[in-house]
Design a protein around this ligand. Structure first.
Ligand SMILES: O=C(O)C1=C[C@@H](OP(=O)(O)O)[C@@H](O)[C@H](O)C1
Ligand SMILES: C=C(OP(=O)(O)O)C(=O)O
Length: 440
């Protein structure tokens, strides 16, 4: 598979449609995020493995608000639930976590034969260490995994894995999704074989909070684990009394809390006990004078305060919040610093390059030293700015958030990509009085 190296050219946009985002008539209103795709993906796999299918909490979501990545994962699991037979095709679209999670689930489903495909961009994101880990552990039992260029990725699962050593080894750099995917595989293998299966992580784990989220979901569904910093072992299972429900998405709440602050509104479905890494937004905005406080109704927050100083945040802790925080950095009175930004290069687009382009489009400047990006806001905001989403949902929503925070109209190319994690984003923005219109 092609590798993404530093300096790869920006990915061209997948859509040429353009909208004008005009934030000059803001009004206070309640804003609602979609269900969290990271939580829903884990819950869907675990519901499938433990007999909760269809998963009630995903069924309860309206179809139009269900993130595309959740639909991808659900389709993949449905293919695995069909009787063994012909090869099944599953299109993973642009979903990194769905693709990586499904690859392992196919590999651990006895006799499954699945061809996974996706966008060109998904194909060039790194997956090799996960494939190597699967081949090393399950190859001796008969797993075959073949890669096209880049698609399809075709897996043929062994019928019996009871004779192999019960451990997956995987590097922690590049993506936590490898380890999360393999740990969900351990849950499947534990249930089938009733023997402990482990994931061993080599080196430092990036985005560690997402593996913690996987562990939390395994426990919610009744799995027993032994944990050390580099080894996670599934050792037991006791069915819980009820099937856990799903929280709202903290990555989406990142945009909505900032928009709610500017518009004087509220953000709903904000469960601070959800264990999602992006709930860090509540703590991080305190650095610049903002405070998220309960707004009366359950799980509802409003944001109070006046902007001051600059921000510091790390891509190791909350990679998906960095674009949002970069938008906030553009309207702060002092420079901000984002550290460990290298991971952003291998997301749905080269987000490091995307953030730098957005800051430049808004008139600010950036300075990249190694893995540290300094963002300096412009002395005076532009009267209007333009941005191309490059097919990346977070760049689209981040650009719109900057438009709202600064009161500056935005011409955005490629707005449809929000579908991946937050299909109702433009509807929510309209509720805050933002005018969205086609731009020719
Ligand atoms: O496991 C997950 O659900 C995710 C893990 C993170 O990816 P990496 O671990 O590749 O940084 C995050 O960026 C992604 O949006 C979702
Ligand atoms: C990186 C993301 O997702 P994934 O890796 O699942 O494509 C994201 O949603 O920002």
């Amino acid at each position: 598979m092609a590798r993404l190296d530093e300096g790869s050219p920006p990915v061209s946009t997948t859509s040429t449609s353009r909208i004008l985002v005009d934030p000059r008539g803001l009004r206070a209103s309640p804003l609602t995020p979609p269900v969290s795709k990271s939580d829903a993906q884990r819950a869907l796999v675990l519901g499938h493995l433990t007999g909760s299918w269809p998963l009630p909490s995903v069924q309860a979501e309206s179809d139009e608000d269900l993130p595309a990545d959740v639909r991808v994962l659900r389709r993949g699991v449905e293919a695995l639930r069909l009787p063994a037979g012909p090869v099944r095709d599953v299109d993973c679209a642009d979903g990194g976590a769905p693709f990586r999670i499904l690859a392992t689930q196919v590999a651990v489903t006895p006799g499954a034969h699945v061809r996974l495909t996706g966008t060109p961009r998904l194909g060039e994101r790194p997956h090799g260490p996960l494939f190597t880990s699967l081949r090393d552990a399950l190859g001796p039992a008969g797993l075959t995994l073949t890669e096209g260029s880049p698609w399809p990725v075709e897996l043929c699962a062994p019928k019996d894995t009871s004779g192999v050593a019960p451990v997956f080894r995987v590097p922690g750099a590049q993506s936590s999704q490898y380890a999360s995917s393999l740990l969900l595989g351990c849950a499947a293998l534990y249930l089938r074989e009733r023997r402990a299966w482990s994931v061993e992580i080599e080196g430092t784990l990036t985005s560690a909070g997402y593996l913690d989220l996987t562990v939390t979901w395994l426990k919610r569904f009744g799995f027993v684990l032994e944990e050390s910093p580099s080894r996670y072992t599934v050792t037991g299972y006791v069915a819980p009394p009820t099937v856990p429900s799903l929280p709202g998405d903290w990555s989406s709440l990142g945009y909505l809390l900032l928009i709610a602050w500017k518009a004087g509104g509220t953000a709903e479905r904000a469960d601070t006990g959800s264990a999602h890494p992006d709930d860090a937004i509540v703590r991080l905005i305190q650095q610049v004078g903002l405070k998220a406080v309960p707004a009366g109704s359950p799980y509802t927050l409003k944001v109070e305060g006046k902007l001051s100083g600059g921000l510091k945040a790390s891509g190791k802790e909350c990679p998906d919040l960095l674009p949002t925080l970069a938008a906030l950095a553009c309207v702060l009175p002092a420079p901000s610093t984002l550290t460990d930004v290298g991971i952003l290069r291998v997301k749905e687009s080269d987000r490091l390059e995307g953030i730098r382009s957005l800051v430049a489009a808004y008139g600010g400047t950036t300075d990249l030293q190694g893995e540290t990006l300094e963002i300096r806001p412009p002395a005076a905001p532009p009267t209007r700015f333009a941005m191309d989403s490059r097919g990346d949902h977070r760049l689209a929503m981040t650009s719109a958030t900057l438009s709202v925070l600064s009161g500056t109209p935005l011409v955005l190319t490629g707005p449809e990509c929000v579908e991946k994690s937050f299909p109702g984003f433009w509807r929510q923005l309209s509720r805050s009085g933002v005018q969205i219109s086609p731009e020719s």
